[in-house]
Design a protein around this ligand. Structure first.
Ligand code: HSE
Length: 309
């Protein structure tokens, strides 16, 4: 019998305002499905990519095959696989599209090989996929997609990633204007250096956000969702960012920021609050400028990447 596995890896929100390259969480909506089937030779072949266009079929350039190759190399295993990918997040969305493919691939090949690596160990291989997609091997999206829940990348060298608790009643509203922002471009425009006074504000907010999540303090979560370092620069790439942020905060959102490198934006709300107002006003705002948006409310997904039947 041919050995085959189908996996699903969720979309993610990285940075979470103040935690550039450090904080992330997984969404329940959206994600990638990947089917891996063993071949008789040692080739990696991307058979089909459904759902979005423009993703490379060349195994040397595709995040899924690059991730699989990194795991096989580490394990010194010579095996080949056919790969089918079904994406429902466009590349350049800010919802961790490349990370979902990398996470789904890492989990699938590990599972087919009898799980020699733990979930946490898979993160560094999925980061190799991210390196191909965005020129930098950031871990905040892949960590959240693989582990699920709310994740912290405390250190890159050595890699130290863990989950933190969060309130069950936390919901996230996503607003995704249909324009593309490449993560590599959104990284290039950032300054290499940070003013100490800005760093002090950012540290305070990271500590406040983590504390608010752990203690279920919604007011502190909202107050801490501020980014004085990255948002002022990247928000210029997102149409109507300031207007959208003002609308969301006036409608009662707990903070508002860019999801990953944008153009998606997100805000937190409490379970029973009326998030439909934020979505309606976002549709009005972008509609007036002729920009379509995808918008939805999600819980935080605490499962992460998984096998599908
Ligand atoms: N932390 C990364 C960045 C996430 O902001 O560039 C990209 O989705």
């Amino acid at each position: 019998m041919t050995n085959s596995i189908k996996t699903f890896a969720p979309a993610t929100v990285a940075n979470v305002g103040c935690g550039y390259d450090v904080l992330g969480f997984a969404l329940e909506e959206y994600g990638d499905e990947l089917t891996l089937t063993e071949r008789k030779d040692d080739q990696l072949v991307i058979e089909i990519i459904q759902g979005v266009s423009g993703i490379p079929l060349d195994p040397a350039k595709n995040v899924a095959s690059v991730t699989i190759r990194a795991i096989l190399k580490d394990l010194k295993i010579s095996k080949g696989f056919n790969i089918k990918i079904k994406k429902n997040i466009a590349a350049g969305s800010g919802l961790g599209s490349s990370a979902s493919s990398a996470a789904a691939a890492a989990y699938a090949v590990n599972k087919i090989l009898g799980a020699p690596k733990s979930r946490k160990e898979l993160i560094k291989f999925a980061m190799e996929g991210e390196r191909i997609a965005s020129t930098k091997a950031h871990a905040d999206n892949v960590a959240a997609s693989i582990l699920g829940g709310f994740t912290v990348v405390r250190s890159y060298d050595p890699l130290d990633v863990f989950n933190i608790p969060y309130p069950e009643d936390l919901r996230v509203v996503i607003i995704f204007p249909q324009v593309e922002v490449k993560t590599s471009d959104a990284k290039k425009i950032l300054k290499e250096e940070v003013k100490l006074s800005d760093a002090v504000k950012q540290w305070g907010n990271v500590a406040g956000l983590v504390s608010g999540l752990i203690q279920h303090d919604f007011e502190r979560i909202g107050n801490s969702l501020q980014d004085v370092i990255v948002e002022p620069i990247r928000s210029i790439l997102i149409p109507l960012y300031r207007e959208m942020k003002t609308i969301a905060l006036r409608a009662g959102a707990l903070g508002f920021s860019i999801s990953g490198s944008g153009p998606s934006m997100f805000c937190f709300v409490q379970k029973n609050s009326d998030s439909s107002i934020i979505i309606e006003r976002a549709k009005e705002l972008y509609g007036k400028s002729g920009i379509n948006i995808i918008s939805f409310v999600s819980r935080i997904n605490n499962v992460g990447v998984k096998t599908l039947d």
